[in-house]
Write a protein that binds this ligand. Structure first.
Ligand SMILES: NC(=O)c1ccc[n+]([C@@H]2O[C@H](COP(=O)([O-])OP(=O)(O)OC[C@H]3O[C@@H](n4cnc5c(N)ncnc54)[C@H](O)[C@@H]3O)[C@@H](O)[C@H]2O)c1
Length: 255
């Protein structure tokens, strides 16, 4: 019962594919009426699980507000808002990063969450839950991903700030920080090889691996959790794995 969302409503940006779609499905399966909001057409994806679709460009403040209005007109005031839409463009080193990439990644990943936090509360019931999709990259720096990492660290900061400001209404605000997840953004041989070497669990995650964490944060099971940025990275953050040590120094233990 703690995980039930019966009678609740949810709004998921970037819900037409990848992590957002998996989250939308698990929230719907747990009883919520779900609206997915995406730049890409998500009508067919939403129909498959009995949800609704509205268009949105999270990098535009007016679009975020309009999408929230449209969602409320379909399902009523919102209980769960997932600011998940993002782009994974990774640049070259800082000194060679072009303005176009700085603008695009910052506008979607950082400003998009800011606009969601600014406008969603007016469309939410007290006692609701906001979940922002951050990234493991907000904690662990990989050379070449400065703009992405900085934007995701900003998401963690906004998460704490909004948790403070919305606590009076009983609205909790948390972030999920996935490691490499097998989606259009996170898939590929490079990600797989890195996860085999760097994660305690020795593999990339699937969207189902991460969706349950969003359900936890959306539901009463996490009712005293707010302002948290929760890592879901297969244990990447714990330190060098035995497999990595074997490769670097020829033994799995430092003696
Ligand atoms: N896949 C990973 O390895 C990984 C790891 C850490 C964090 N993340 C984060 O997870 C979130 C979801 O990524 P994903 O892996 O599911 O990727 P994805 O590409 O499958 O999904 C991203 C979705 O966001 C939508 N989108 C992009 N720009 C948008 C915009 N301006 N307005 C509205 N929608 C927009 C896309 O159309 C797409 O449906 C992102 O915030 C990403 O940074 C992903």
């Amino acid at each position: 019962m703690m995980f039930s969302l019966t009678g609740k409503t949810a709004f998921v940006t970037g819900g037409a594919s990848g992590i957002g779609l998996a989250v939308a499905k698990v929230l719907a399966a747990s009883g919520a009426r779900v609206v997915i909001a995406d730049l890409s057409d998500g009508a067919a994806a939403a129909a498959e699980f009995g949800g609704e679709y509205v268009g949105i460009d999270v990098s535009s403040e007016s679009s975020v507000r309009e999408a929230l209005e449209a969602a409320v007109s379909r399902v009523g005031k919102l209980d769960v808002v997932v600011n998940n839409a993002g782009v994974g463009d990774i640049g070259p080193v800082i000194t060679e990063t072009e303005q176009g990439l700085i603008d695009k990644v910052t506008r979607v990943n950082h400003f998009g969450v800011m606009y969601g936090l600014k406008h969603a509360p007016q469309f939410m019931n007290d006692g609701g839950s906001i979940i922002n999709t951050s990234s493991m990259a907000s904690f662990i720096n990989m050379p070449g991903s400065a703009v992405y990492s900085a934007g995701k660290r900003a998401v963690n900061s906004l998460t704490e700030m909004a948790a403070l400001e919305l606590g009076e209404r009983g609205i909790r605000v948390n972030a999920v920080c996935p490691g490499y997840i097998d989606t259009a953004m996170g898939s590929g041989e490079e990600g797989r090889a890195l996860c085999e070497a760097f994660t305690a669990l020795g593999r990339p995650g699937t969207t189902d691996d991460v969706a349950g964490v969003f359900l936890f944060l959306a539901s009463d099971a996490s009712r005293y959790v707010s302002g948290e940025s929760l890592r879901v990275d297969g244990g990447w953050h714990c330190g060098p794995t035995p497999r990595l040590l074997e490769k670097v120094i020829g033994t799995a233990n430092v003696s």
